[in-house]
Design a protein around this ligand. Structure first.
Ligand code: ADP
Length: 255
């Protein structure tokens, strides 16, 4: 695997908000097929890093390469088209559509991005698209959501809503999935289910980067972990290696 070229390279990224350095010369490299954990105390820059990678923020300095192409400053929809997908800390589902319709929209959205604009098809049209329904049904089945397909997400338990969000993010077949605190608000059983889902997503060929506060989950799920503190990478390596690094222990004690 050492010879495989990275799917994502973050090279010397700094991100300033007025005087505040949220990220300072951050570099990392993600190998295709890995599950990478990003951890660090609150305010260490994790979400900012996701926002830069996924095109929501243009970095003050540094470059990002996605699938071998310079993607620095590309708009989020272009990155989505190129095969990058993400979830957010706060769920962003369409609460009034059904679970199935949320998935329909996600598949269709990726299929209908045009070079510079997003041409939305109304939900009434999507509802009549047989091929789209077939593809959505596959995704719904795969993520164990069949019994909830006709219900609006807002009527469902929080753990199921989180699962819908992941199903929606992978529906269009991304190469790279960014998960921002997917275990937030989940109970023990739901965290175990999440862990299985993330593994199966990876086994289906998707590279995963996960920001997570649940250390048990990160340690058991990730092959490698990158630790941020005050906008710097302070450690990177296999879980056991990172957990015994003095700088990491110190950063967490100060949290
Ligand atoms: P984490 O996800 O690790 O908790 P964040 O990336 O959310 O950390 O935040 C890192 C730092 O950047 C924090 O000090 C935060 O207040 C600041 N920050 C994040 N986004 C913005 C923004 N849009 N404007 C100003 N400051 C921001």
């Amino acid at each position: 695997s050492g010879s495989q070229s990275p799917i994502l390279e973050v090279d010397g990224i700094s991100m300033y908000f007025r005087g505040l350095r949220a990220l300072d010369d951050v570099s990392l490299s993600i190998t295709p097929g890995e599950i990478r954990g990003i951890v660090g105390p609150n305010g260490s820059g994790k979400t900012t890093l996701f926002n830069v990678i996924s095109g929501l923020y243009r970095p003050t300095r540094g470059r990002i390469r996605f699938r071998g192409q310079d993607s620095t400053g590309l708009a989020p929809y272009r990155l989505a088209r190129a095969g990058m997908s993400r979830t957010f800390q706060n769920l962003r589902l369409f609460g009034d559509l059904t679970v199935e319709e949320n998935v329909l929209v996600a598949i269709d959205r990726n299929a209908t991005w045009h070079s510079w604009r997003y041409v939305a098809r109304p939900i009434s049209v999507l509802r009549r698209d047989r091929d789209l329904h077939r593809r959505a049904a596959e995704v719904i089945e795969r993520y164990g959501l069949a019994e909830f397909a006709a219900l609006p997400p807002k009527s469902l338990p929080y753990g199921i809503q989180r699962r819908v969000e992941i199903a929606r993010a992978v529906a269009a077949g991304p190469a790279l999935l960014l998960l921002d605190e997917p275990a937030a608000g989940l109970n023990g059983d739901e965290v175990r289910q999440l862990s299985e889902i993330v593994r199966s997503v990876r086994d289906s060929g998707v590279t995963v980067i996960i920001i997570e506060h649940n250390m048990g989950l990160v340690m058991s799920l990730c092959e490698r972990i990158t630790v941020l503190a005050s906008g710097h990478v302070i450690a990177e390596g296999e879980p056991a290696e990172v957990a015994s690094t003095p700088a990491v222990i110190e950063a967490y004690l100060g949290d």
